[in-house]
Design a protein around this ligand. Structure first.
Ligand SMILES: Nc1ncnc2c1ncn2[C@@H]1O[C@H](COP(=O)(O)OP(=O)(O)OP(=O)(O)O)[C@@H](O)[C@H]1O
Length: 593
């Protein structure tokens, strides 16, 4: 299915975007055509007025009449052009809105790695710039391109009806402009693609520079990082200048030849008049009409760039719209309990068996129990946790909740079953109240306060100048890692999911705050199926089952007492941890003196 979508032409994709707004699109085109018809009326009136002056005695009434008709035509042109543009802008912003929602929905349903594998700058460039790139050409092309083309055809038709030779003469310069235009168009396609690539590159380098500025400053990398930034900006400038310099000659040639219709119409017109083939009125109106052919013709050529920009934007958006998504089920399940089992699970991030990070993994987490995953770095602990939340699908085997394969549970329902708290503690840029309420959007203020109290963060939030209304961005600067952690625990408490996964959620705990964090975790996990990944072994020593994972396989499992006696790897990890902990406490005591 995705293959077919990838082969779909960009124009077809664009029509699919536009399809829901067909009515508005037709209205915009209709108004544009009325506007074009209106713009044509003054020429017709001019013809009538000149005829009257040359062949009769124009009365004031008829003069006023034709001037009035001409004015009405002009007003019609302006008014309907305005309506057409307003409607087309409205419809194109609706299209952008739908497009961004579709992309966001696709990102939600895609495997996490396929999303996070993209550089942020790349995603931003597609969701903001490329999607936005569809708006301008769409909004202007619908009324303007169509209208201008029809206007050119109408004027040319009118010229033909007066004198076919004058009509052809008005096009005499076209072949001379067409030659340099074809030549520059040939290079344009490649140049434009390269230009947009350079643009994307400079975008992602700028975002990387700003995002990583803390690391850059910490490691005093300002010169080399700045050099990368400066090089990207500089090479983009060089590329753009180089492109403009290579194309300005042909562009100047095109735009100096194209408007000079007089070169054809004036000599031919004079000859035709001399031999009596056309009247002075016909000559005058033909010269005026030939001149009025130019503005719409020039505007039409400007759309060539717009069409390419739109193609690039649509194809960029397609990249995300066509992302593979995790297969989803619609039918909700009703689990009797919330135990988790892994049946012979294997998983690789690349899809190749040879890269498996988990092999033949069998484990059980009974409902309401506390399971801990420990082991050397890179052993696959976080991978196990993410597979339960279905951030990815297993390569083989099965993960089940209450015996039901998680692939058979609708993704939204699975998300309700599982609370995933990591060390990242991402806070959205809204108030702390809203950040906690994300756990349960229907929660009342009182419920939010209760969750915050249980997570031991109520006190410090109330201590902030704006309390719960403090914007997370503003608060983020003054919050410690541990405080942010407790806010995300409060969020999880509010969610009240039956399965809790804590992936290094206590990583920021210092000995002074450990007690608070432990209390907040105890409030979160009471009576839940709990999986904890922790390097700080003191936080998991009371687990019902501690599983030691190394190189994607279970080395041993059991209670702390059993493992200390029987598992040398766990014993050495425990001794190392106790040593580190004692050292940290002694440092704090020294600091306190
Ligand atoms: N998104 C990813 N894409 C490709 N490989 C990955 C990805 N995430 C993890 N890996 C690899 O999978 C293996 C297991 O990683 P995982 O993060 O599960 O280990 P871990 O035991 O949680 O490590 P740590 O204790 O350091 O957090 C590692 O070799 C890691 O490099």
């Amino acid at each position: 299915m995705n293959d077919n979508k990838n082969q779909e032409s960009w124009l077809h994709t664009l029509f699919n975007f536009v399809a829901p707004c067909k009515g508005k699109m037709l209205l915009s085109i209709l108004c544009s055509l009325i506007s074009v018809a209106g713009s044509f009326i003054p020429y017709f009136c001019l013809y009538q007025i000149i005829s009257m002056f040359l062949f009769g005695t124009p009365s004031m009434e008829t003069l006023i009449f034709w001037c009035g008709v001409g004015l009405c035509g002009y007003v019609t042109q302006i008014v309907f052009f305005g309506i057409s543009t307003a409607v087309s802008h409205d419809l194109s912003y609706h299209i952008l809105y739908g497009l961004r929602l579709k992309i966001a929905d696709r990102l939600m349903r895609a495997p996490l790695g396929n999303v996070t594998g993209n550089a942020i700058g790349h995603l931003k460039s597609i969701m903001l710039d490329k999607v936005e790139g569809v708006e301008r050409p769409l909004a202007h092309m619908i009324p303007e391109l169509g209208g201008n083309l029809v206007l050119v055809i109408l004027i040319f038709g009118y010229l033909l009806s007066i004198d076919w030779r004058m009509a052809l003469a008005s096009m005499a310069t076209l072949p001379f402009a067409a030659a340099p235009m074809m030549a520059s168009m040939k290079a344009f396609n490649t140049k434009y693609t390269e230009y947009m690539k350079a643009n994307d590159h400079v975008n992602s380098v700028i975002i990387e520079y700003v995002e990583g500025i803390e690391v850059v400053k910490t490691f005093n990398q300002s010169t080399s990082s700045y050099a990368k930034f400066a090089n990207a900006v500089n090479s983009f400038k060089d590329y753009t200048l180089d492109w403009f310099q290579s194309s300005w000659k042909s562009m100047n040639l095109i735009f100096s030849i194209l408007p000079t219709t007089f070169l054809g119409t004036l000599p031919i017109g004079v000859i035709l008049y001399k031999i009596g083939a056309i009247t002075p009125v016909e000559l005058t109106i033909c010269l005026v009409l030939a001149l009025s052919l130019l503005p719409p013709l020039i505007k039409t050529t400007a759309f060539i760039t717009e069409i390419k920009a739109m193609q690039y934007s649509v194809e960029g958006s397609k990249e995300l719209l066509d992302m593979d998504v995790l297969p989803d089920k619609k039918e909700k399940v009703s689990p009797r309990k919330y135990d988790i089992t892994f049946h012979d699970v294997a998983f690789s991030y690349t899809g190749n068996n040879s890269d498996n990070v988990l092999e033949h993994l069998n484990l059980e987490m009974p409902e309401g129990t506390f399971t801990a995953l420990v082991g050397p770095s890179g052993g696959g602990k976080s991978t196990v946790a993410k597979l339960i939340a279905r951030f990815w699908d297993v390569s083989s085997g099965k993960i089940a909740i209450s015996g039901t394969d998680i692939k058979d549970i609708p993704i939204k329902q699975l998300a309700d079953f599982v609370s995933f708290v990591t060390q990242d503690n991402f806070l959205f840029n809204c108030s702390l109240m809203e950040n906690i309420r994300l756990g349960n959007p229907k929660a009342t203020d009182e419920e939010v306060y209760a969750a915050a109290r249980a997570a031991c963060c109520d006190e410090f939030i109330r201590g902030l100048e704006k309390g719960y209304n403090t914007p997370a961005g503003e608060a983020g600067k003054s919050l410690s890692g541990g405080e942010k952690q407790r806010i995300s625990i409060a969020r999880a408490i509010l969610k009240n999911a039956p399965i809790i996964i804590l992936d290094e959620a206590t990583a920021f705990t210092d000995p002074q705050n450990e007690d608070k964090i432990q209390k907040s975790i105890a409030a979160l996990t009471k009576g839940k199926t709990l999986l904890v990944i922790a390097h700080r072994l003191s936080t998991i020593q009371n687990a019902d089952n501690i599983i030691i994972l190394r190189k994607g396989q279970i080395i041993d499992s059991g209670t702390q007492g059993y493992l200390l006696e029987n598992c040398p790897l766990y014993r050495s990890m425990w001794e190392a941890h106790i040593g580190a902990k004692n050292w940290a406490v002694s440092q704090v005591q020294k600091g306190g003196r």
